[in-house]
Design a protein around this ligand. Structure first.
Ligand code: SF4
Ligand code: FE
Length: 503
């Protein structure tokens, strides 16, 4: 591990309260939630400007899910924190640079547990994987060009680790005409690019899509999303920007069934406490000072950055095995409440769901165990197995969901609302006719059915299903990587040798 913290010739400014806020170090979920308030973000949601997103009933469950990343650090410091050479304290694993295969295994175990705790996307992995990719890419750029990106990056990292802040990794551009590179787009802003510069830094304009947890982040790190050529130099920009910087507008995405969070009661929400979050971020001439720029024009390193980021992030999808545990549990629970918990085909379907779910976990942990060090000292998990993990994730949650819906039965989608259960006319009718096994209450049956609905076609299906399909690259992106690494020639040679063929 390259441990130099401030040994560069350059001295970097200590940034003040306008950037860091009044909370010196975020320790608890409450500290974290308070740190999000009063930032005056420009956020639009469902046609309206939202003044304090953290207190919006539809947004709050996503804040709660992110807050759980702070709770787990208190509950299980050995799992969720680690010593760092860049800070004087143990740091959140979400801000830690991995120093061994074991670090990556621990990371995966933590992510699975957070999936189990929340039943959704807890949003903090994108920043973790971006930091790790940047550790080695800034190092490699400095080696190639004698630039100072790595020193700048480590300075930034040390401050963020010390304050225990949340980093949002902003990679996916709007992309426009997918057949054209950035510089050939009819509108140059369809990929984020340098729109102006002065001696103190650069200004960037463009938009980033599908930005997981961005409203819940303190920092955004913008990064290119594809391989770039010489003509795309202005698009080769990486830098850290406070999430509340001037010129940023967030347009929060809506999710299936999200307005249930505005209704009285919490049964129909399915998972009232936790949800994911994705937004479009629009950057209109947003300033990045020199000391927070980690790539500026080195277009040939864009592909390396994207590849390293996706290698880390495709392994991070072990999170879905934790979410899958919740869905398998809900399925077993509803089978029991329905009185069919001991039926053999139900048990067999639960085995099938578990097999699929554990296959996701096994590929992620295998990728972590096979990690290797990079020149910067950071370790990176195995690329092939990370792609296999993510490819599994594009498929198995759908099959697990199909089996969950099979076992849950049609009532999951035809069931009346919580308000009907509370209504004096219809409530007693529902109590009578929604009865299941003797010991089961109608309310509990409804809660579990709504949870399965939430995860397979409601709010959290956004991240358990479609985000599993497209996050960290759509299925074909993994197949391209698998094709690159599969060494089909080597395998043919093995076959020819054993068969003793003549050509
Ligand atoms: Fe983390 Fe999973 Fe959410 Fe990605 S989808 S940010 S890996 S929890
Ligand atoms: Fe993701």
């Amino acid at each position: 591990m390259d441990t130099h913290r401030n040994d560069s010739e350059t001295s970097y400014p200590e940034e003040g309260a306008e950037i860091w806020g009044s909370i010196e170090r975020i320790e608890t979920p409450e500290d974290y939630i308070n740190s999000l308030r009063g930032r005056n973000l420009t956020v639009y949601f469902m046609g309206e400007k939202i003044f304090e997103p953290v207190d919006h009933p539809i947004i709050r469950p996503s804040v709660n899910a992110m807050a759980e990343t702070f709770q787990i650090a208190l509950d299980k410091p050995d799992l969720a924190t680690a010593p760092s050479p860049y800070a004087d304290t143990r740091v959140s694993r979400f801000l830690h640079i991995v120093e061994s295969a074991d670090d990556l295994v621990q990371k995966g175990r933590m992510q699975r547990e957070l999936g189990q705790r929340t039943g959704t996307c807890f949003q903090r992995c994108v920043g973790m994987d971006a930091l790790n990719a940047l550790h080695s890419v800034t190092y490699d750029m400095d080696e190639a060009y004698k630039t100072d990106y790595h020193g700048r990056f480590l300075h930034f990292l040390g401050q963020v680790q010390t304050r225990n802040q949340v980093i949002g990794g902003a990679m996916t551009d709007a992309k426009g005409d997918r057949s054209k590179p950035p510089h050939q787009q009819a509108d140059p802003d369809l990929y984020l690019h340098i729109s102006d510069r002065n001696e103190d830094g650069v200004f960037v304009t463009g938009a980033k899509f599908h930005q997981t947890g961005c409203l819940n982040s303190h920092w955004l790190i913008v990064m290119p999303t594809i391989r770039l050529g010489e003509d795309d130099k202005d698009y080769a920009i990486v830098g850290a920007i406070p999430a509340h910087a001037d010129g940023i507008t967030y347009i929060n995405g809506r999710q299936s069934c999200d307005t249930r969070a505005m209704e009285p009661g919490d049964i129909d929400a399915g998972n009232a406490q936790f949800a994911g979050q994705e937004a479009i971020i629009v950057f209109d001439n947003v300033f990045i000072p020199n000391h927070r720029i980690f790539m500026d024009g080195e277009f040939e390193f864009a592909a390396t950055l994207v590849e390293r980021f996706t290698t880390y992030h495709r392994c991070s999808y072990i999170c879905k095995s934790g979410v899958g545990d919740v869905l398998i549990g809900a399925t077993a629970e509803i089978a029991d409440l329905n009185g069919v918990g001991n039926v053999s085909h139900i048990k067999d379907k639960l085995v099938e769901m578990t097999h699929l779910n554990e296959t996701i976990r096994s590929s992620a942990l295998a990728s972590a165990h096979e990690a290797k060090p990079l020149a910067s000292g950071a370790w990176m998990n195995d690329d092939m197995l990370a792609n296999v993990c993510k490819q599994n994730v594009t498929r198995f949650p759908y099959e697990i969901s199909r089996l969950a819906q099979d076992i849950a039965g049609g009532l999951m989608v035809t069931m009346p609302s919580e308000q009907d259960l509370e209504n004096p006319e219809t409530g007693p009718l529902l109590e009578k006719y929604l009865a299941g096994k003797d010991s089961a209450t109608v309310k509990d049956r409804m809660k579990i059915l709504r949870l399965i609905e939430n995860m397979t076609l409601g709010r959290n299906a956004v991240n358990y299903l479609t985000e599993s399909m497209h996050g960290a690259g759509s299925p074909q992106a993994q197949r391209i990587q698998i094709a690159r690494g599969m060494d089909i020639e080597g395998k043919r040679k093995l076959a020819r040798k054993i068969a003793n063929t003549e050509t």
